[in-house]
Design a protein around this ligand. Sequence first.
Ligand code: NAD
Ligand code: MG
Length: 377
Amino acid sequence: GTNMVATEPAAGLLKTVTVDLEDRSYPIYIGEGILDSGDLLRRHVTSKKALVITNDKVGPLYLDKTVKILEAGGVEVETVVLPDGEEFKSLEVLTKILDKALSARLDRKTTFVALGGGVIGDMVGFAAAIYQRGVKFVQVPTTLMAMVDSAVGGKTAVNHPLGKNMIGAFYQPQAVLADMGTLKSLPDRELASGIAEVVKYGLIKDSEFFRWQEGCMENMAARDAGVLAEAVERSCINKANVVAADEKEAGLRATLNLGHTFGHAIETGLGYGKLLHGEAVAIGMHMAADMSCRMGWVDQELVDRSVALMQKAGLPVELPKGGGMDMDKFLNAMAVDKKVADGELRLILLKGDLGGCVMTGEFDEAAMRATIQDFCD
Ligand code: NAD
Ligand code: MG
């Protein structure tokens, strides 16, 4: 009822970032208590019915309050609780979302709500893209990784046994609601994993943001609420700008993959589950910086500053000892990387002053091998 709304606490420290995509533009809200106050979720779920999808780790923490605020706004809510884990980001598991939507007779006006990290967000986004040729969906990211990266920009997908994120669509949400309060239950390693992508934005395009992080990384890693909220906001601004300029990755958007080519090779080579995505990306960014330095594109000082910043965040910057990575594993994995376009391996490398990068196939292969060799030793 309406009196309930009045007694609910208002979301604190609310920031809004807009993803500017003409008729597909949408807001990203960042604030503490968004899932307690409820009005933002109700504002963006305008349908009579909603399907909230989460997993068995996030569900027990936040599903009840999400359902209650929607119901308080008169929305009929159905729910799906999926198993937790990257291994369940599959077409088979996605089918459970569609099964539920159909058996509950949800029509094309339904809104899907993704409550969870990047796995849930990517999967729900793709389910929304294909359910009855497309229904609205709202992202409620509950990991730092999802808040600063996966929930923003409209890349949705599931994995295939032959490759990560190989089945998917570009499909933008109606809104992204980042309740910073949800990060309180996030494990430390997962928090650091998200910070890797925060560091990435500084390195590829925002030197001012990088310098700001150098001044407050200890506080970010210690979960200072103000610092974390600003980190999410500034990351979202960076990502939103890139996505607005190049939604379907004709070029510029690929720079968001700094460290990811080496990182994916590390994830594949060590076996999935050894390192979190952001951890592998952190090592990969160190490798990309090291290679850029070998080619004379950046100074050693920038490599050292990047390493120091990531270490303050609690991220690994070297391969784990005895992990069994070698030159062949790197080269094989990199050859199948999706940035291999028309037979040419392209890498995102740092170039020039802090905040400068390029995507290029014109790099010194000897420098790449030297970097790989050095990291494998
Ligand atoms: P995740 O979704 O697996 O979440 C990490 C872990 O934290 C899981 O166990 C999850 O259940 C748990 N969790 C989530 N929220 C929690 C909370 N508030 N409290 C406690 N535990 C919580 O992983 P992720 O790092 O969020 O996302 C990784 C996925 O995102 C990958 O599948 C990757 O491909 C995808 N991704 C997509 C994009 C994109 O542009 N679409 C970008 C980056 C990553
Ligand atoms: Mg990433």
